[in-house]
Design a binder for this molecule. Sequence first.
Ligand SMILES: NC(=O)c1ccc[n+]([C@@H]2O[C@H](COP(=O)([O-])OP(=O)(O)OC[C@H]3O[C@@H](n4cnc5c(N)ncnc54)[C@H](O)[C@@H]3O)[C@@H](O)[C@H]2O)c1
Length: 373
Amino acid sequence: MKIMVTGGLGFIGQALAKRLETAGHDVILIDSLTPQIHGTLPTLKAPDGVAVTRLDVRDIARHVDLVDGCDAVYHLAAETGTAQSMYRVQEYVAVNELGTAALIEAIAASKTRPKRVILASSRSVYGEGAYTTPARPDILVQPDPRTPDQLARNNWEPQTAAGETLRAVATPEDLPFSPGSIYAATKASQELLLRAAGPALGFKPVIFRFQNVYGEGQSLQNPYTGIISIFFNRARQGMTIPIYEDGLESRDFIHIQDIVDGLLAALEADLPNGATMNLGAGEATTVLGLVEELLKAGSFDVPVKVTGQYRVGDIRHCFADITRASSLIGFKPKITLSEGLARFCMWAGAQPVHEDRLEQASAELRARKLMGD
Ligand SMILES: NC(=O)c1ccc[n+]([C@@H]2O[C@H](COP(=O)([O-])OP(=O)(O)OC[C@H]3O[C@@H](n4cnc5c(N)ncnc54)[C@H](O)[C@@H]3O)[C@@H](O)[C@H]2O)c1
């Protein structure tokens, strides 16, 4: 097949392109090489045999020839920092939403249109995701985002209106959108745009909602997202690892190899129109637990400090119900967290050391009252 990957020089795009190329597909990558991810003097480091065009996805409707004749498009190009999206609102909306709109226009204008458009969406569209109350463990509830007041009181867990603490459970795909950040809202919008356009333009949208993806190849210089990279970069420089809230907030960490397996399976599987699937490990790991594992995997001995700081818009917990991906595409994560972190540390340890810019990213949030101490 002829396959386009937008954002193809990013973390997930590169890993996907390698596997597509190895599987014998004709792969075209487009990427604008944003300085935040690639540095100010980026190099085009595409896998062998893969064609790359440096292009902003928002301009793709002026390059219809790139889309014409593609059998499938993976749409990965995006701005991806949740906290940063809260103050660089126009940029996030422009890249993520208008970028998707431009892709749809390019598909509409092409003579031979792709049959499938596979979107990298995010678990962030659920906001806090699914919880249950102590009294009704059989009914899923979806709490509102935690308020700045609640966070300022260090009252970390989502609660019912009556003040009962809720328990996080695996989040299924039919939970409604409840975006708690501009980034999340733009991912929900990308989903809606592709679902709306697909039937009229003759392509099937396939929506993947990723949990926290990590592994070899992720950006080591972006201070706005990717806690595993940020913590690794600090640990290798002997710096303290600062942990927000009380460290018991949790995330679902999924290794890049498992994500690419899922993305590949979606290419040819017989899927319903607009199929929407979570991709995650299906397990919650606390941030403290993650740090312990990471320090072990990298043999680091640095101080860990639970700071009680918080970011407005962060969720407390979310992990994926992967039943649907398992039944539709046979998705089954294979890489355990300890194995994945060992692979990541091995790779990352051979990369250049980057200046830690976490303080700078935090100062930007504090200046806008989006971070509390
Ligand atoms: N990594 C995760 O944990 C995760 C989780 C959920 C969803 N996602 C989604 O997966 C996709 C890929 O994420 P990633 O982790 O590989 O991120 P990444 O930042 O490594 O890659 C994104 C790529 O998009 C490119 N890009 C940004 N703006 C662009 C534009 N205007 N035009 C063309 N290219 C542009 C960047 O240069 C970068 O190479 C994104 O859509 C992201 O929202 C990622």
